[in-house]
Design a protein around this ligand. Sequence first.
Ligand code: 8QM
Length: 406
Amino acid sequence: MPQAATATRTPDVPTFDFDPFSREFFDDPYPAHEAMREAGPVVWIPRYQVWGMARHDDVHTAFNDWQTYCSGRGVGLSDFAKEEPWRPRSLLLEVDPPYHTKTRTVIARILSPGTIKRLRAPFEAYAEELVDRLVARGRFEAVKDLAEAYPLKVFPDAIGLPDAGREFLLPYGNMVFTGFGPRNYLFEEAMRDGDRVRQEIMRLCARESLRPDGLGAEIFAAADRGEITHEEAPMLMRSFLSAGVDTTVNALGAAMDCLARNPDQWQLLRGEPTLARNAFEETLRLESPSQVFFRTTTRAVDVGGVAIGEGQKVLLFMAAANRDPRRWQNPDKFDIRRRVAGHVALGSGIHGCVGQAVARLEGELVLTALAKRVETIEIVGEPKRRYNNTLRGLSSLPVEVRAKHH
Ligand code: 8QM
């Protein structure tokens, strides 16, 4: 009977014939995000032969099922089971348990609450010094002079990097995050000086480059204790340099943009600087510096009646999940008093951002320093978008701030 034969068939899968790594998409991803969320729990993206998930519940579920949605075949478009990665794989991000548990445990201990407590004083001092200087100037470039300048100082200092070579951190981050996407126009551009940049970064990852009292040296101490090998240690150092700078740069830039565009929210923050932490969190939800990551299926899996085979790439649209009206009231509104816990901007599950406490400390301290000193923030020039296959952010945000009078 034809009826019976079709009764259990996978329903037609919504197909999205677009390029989620094109400039057009990056300029305004929100209509496509909404269309994918409304189409169903999973969609098919023929251009890259991948599945897509854009609803909060489904993205969250995938992140928390590493047995089905693995990272060991890469968290970008490229399937490491079929292609050589463009750089040796990350020993933290692009691996699965049981190996992952070993490296994750070492890095998580180095970034433990005790470390965060020790970092607060130097991170706070530099936030105040930098913001003092910018407020005295009045007009400044919020991306270069604040969002880049702050993480580029405090995080490498904490790791124990020398000053020389720090200029390679942003170019390397651009390579790493664009490298998760297809080998498109952005990939070519990011990799233009790639060999040189990679070489300089690996030089910074050597034990000899590091101050003995920084977080980098602690990775090598873990190797001395036999918790990891001495070959693994510089590769885990590389994870600090890959994941720790560009992410926070784009988050701080987005926070400045959101606060400048929402003067009512800025006034709330000014009146109550302890809202800084939640304002930063709300920025992560609304702008999601890391917009997407892939997983690869380890087995056939049914998602809401759609059959996904083994060895399939699944694109998780965290930025779409973070504006899912099924999960958030008024999802497109920047609301610094919102209960924002549960967003997936930092992932979720065993690969959830291991540096999130450092990121939040940076966000809290910069926004607190601003809230205490600044009356108004105005955008005084054309903001420019930065294009990257994974990261969302600005390359330029000219602002003018008026100082609080005492
Ligand atoms: C993204 O190299 C790495 O270990 C690494 C690179 C990028 C990230 C994480 C880890 C998620 C922030």
